[in-house]
Ligand binder design. Structure first.
Ligand SMILES: [Zn+2]
Length: 241
């Protein structure tokens, strides 16, 4: 089967093009997330010409300090792929109000323009994130992918009912909560991701990405007691078409 990585950080790798080219040779599709509009420009420069790589225009909540929403707005019409965006309202992360303001702005723009694919970071914020996506029309006009969903099971049901997608990584699939939650997601809304690499400015290998995707898939199949590889491959084709 052809694997895909619906949430990877080529922007954190100093050999991004090498990894992206190796992925192309393996037929592995990628949603390359970035954390700032400047990172999007860099990553697009490095790998945006490759047909297997979709570079996301990002404004990650941890980097809201460096937010450049003017540049975000300027670049949005040039890409269908948006990520990483979202909220982290855990106590250790600052600037909650500014995060909410920035995310509302981004969701309004995406909802109004339509046909975007969003990769969404949400920590202690599932309710706020989903309300924002619904109020701005994003859940209607765009495809919203929750990356590494960590909310309650009640939040998960609400997110499923809103028609959202879920990209699952091996760390997430290894938790106790995941054992309960990953059975509940409709098969046609599941994707794989790695969220790799673990740090910034490091060289990386495609091999590590593939091994991580395989482990995520194996855990997912074990938890759901079903073979799901074909369906997941189909989901990626649908998402990226
Ligand atoms: Zn990420």
């Amino acid at each position: 089967m052809a694997l895909h990585d619906a949430h990877i950080h080529l922007d954190f790798m100093d050999n991004a093009r090498e990894v992206a080219l190796a992925a192309r040779d393996e037929g592995l599709g990628m949603f390359a997330n970035t954390v700032t509009p400047a990172g999007f420009l860099r990553t697009r420069e490095a790998a945006g010409d490759l047909e297997n790589v979709h570079v996301g225009l990002g404004q990650h909540p941890w980097w809201v300090d460096e937010a450049n929403l003017e540049l975000f707005d300027e670049l949005l019409p040039t890409t269908r792929w948006v990520g990483e965006v979202g909220l982290d309202l855990s106590p250790k992360r600052p600037h909650h109000e500014r995060q909410i303001e920035a995310f509302r702005h981004i969701a309004r723009r995406c909802g109004a323009s339509g046909d975007k694919v969003l990769s969404i970071h949400s920590v202690r914020a599932a309710d706020e994130v989903l309300s924002t996506l619904e109020e701005t029309g994003c859940t209607q006009t765009c495809r919203c992918v929750f990356h590494w969903f960590s909310g309650s099971t009640e939040d998960l049901w609400r997110t499923i009912r809103a028609g959202c997608w879920f990209s699952v990584n091996e760390m997430q699939a290894g938790t106790r909560r995941a054992k309960e939650q990953l059975k509940l997601i409709p098969a046609e809304r599941l994707l794989l991701e790695t969220d790799l690499p673990p740090g910034e400015g490091v060289p990386f290998t495609l091999d590590k990405v593939e091994r991580s995707l395989e482990r995520a898939l194996a855990r997912l199949e074990e938890i759901r007691s079903e073979a799901i590889a074909k369906q997941i491959e189909q989901n990626w084709i649908e998402l990226s078409s």
